[in-house]
Design a protein around this ligand. Sequence first.
Ligand code: HEM
Length: 333
Amino acid sequence: MRASTAGLAVALSLMAPGYAFVQPSSFVGNRAQLSAVRSSAGMQMVTKEELLEAREALVKLIDSTNCAPIMVRLAWHDSGTYNKDIPVSEWPRCGGANGSIRFEPEINHGANAGLVNGLKLLEPIHKKHPNVGWADLLQLASATAVEVAGGPKIDMRYGRKTVESPEGCADEGYLPAAAAPFPDGSPEPQGHLRKVFYRMGFDDRGIVALSGAHTLGRAYPERSGFGKDSTKYTDGSTVIRGDGKPGIGRKGGQSWTYKWLSFDNSYFSIIPETDEELLKLETDNALFLDEAMRPIALEYKKDQDKFFDDYAKAHKQLAELGSVFEPEGGIAI
Ligand code: HEM
């Protein structure tokens, strides 16, 4: 395909309703050509105002559909493919928060089972705010979800360059496994967690803080293969929003916490407890078994403010892995 028709095909696919799930033609062009395509499609560099409008739409979406957990997981699975040993100058080969998760084959990776449902929820917002690129939209949705659920405000910035074709997808196998046998041969979950998160540039404190995101959400047997079909905390019979309002979203699955639509530090009190109705993955238990991680987990159990501070820092780091910003310093909102 000649460059001009390829560019047009990309421009059309950027505007097409099923855009996230179709494979656009292979556009091989440089940054200037891509900017030209974006501007011929009526798209420009995102502004603070547009980001704020998209944020407002996300607040409504999250509040009305109770989708905070899947938004957090979706953004983390986009950014968690980052490999610090590949320079960001080789973007998007370094992986990270670049929006590649919306394309096949990445969305079909085993670890991403069910996340297509999160993309479907975001599609109308992307259609309405096309200048907010997918790399930004995923991270904006996650940071907004944490805040809507009562968690800390995260010092986010936007303007990320977005992967525009499936060629930018990450290979399978970068995200952590939840139970043995671990694919990297680690005999214990803590060894596996360290290999995966150190590769992204985190330390033990980052691992423990980020694991606290399991204060939100559930595991579903038909997605990850973990968790129960339903529990008394996921069948709709108990209030699980932090603000006390009713609402659950889709019923079923098994949560880590009682109020799994509330972002708080309860994950750290609950993991060492024995409540058969609640989920504990091997990688969750590991935080309390490992000599170096246990004191951090106990600190977060005692002190929610400290957890929120560390979580907000680690979340920001996660949201910027492998990101290239335009303008260079990003746009704060
Ligand atoms: C430490 C290693 C981790 C492992 C092994 C792990 C594993 C899992 C698994 C198996 C599920 C269930 C998925 C399903 O059945 O739909 C899940 C859900 C979830 N994970 Fe993790 N995870 C890890 C780290 C993280 C991190 C770093 C975050 C975010 C910062 C996160 C956020 C979530 C959320 C919010 C859900 C709930 C999703 C929903 O309810 O739809 N996880 N995780």
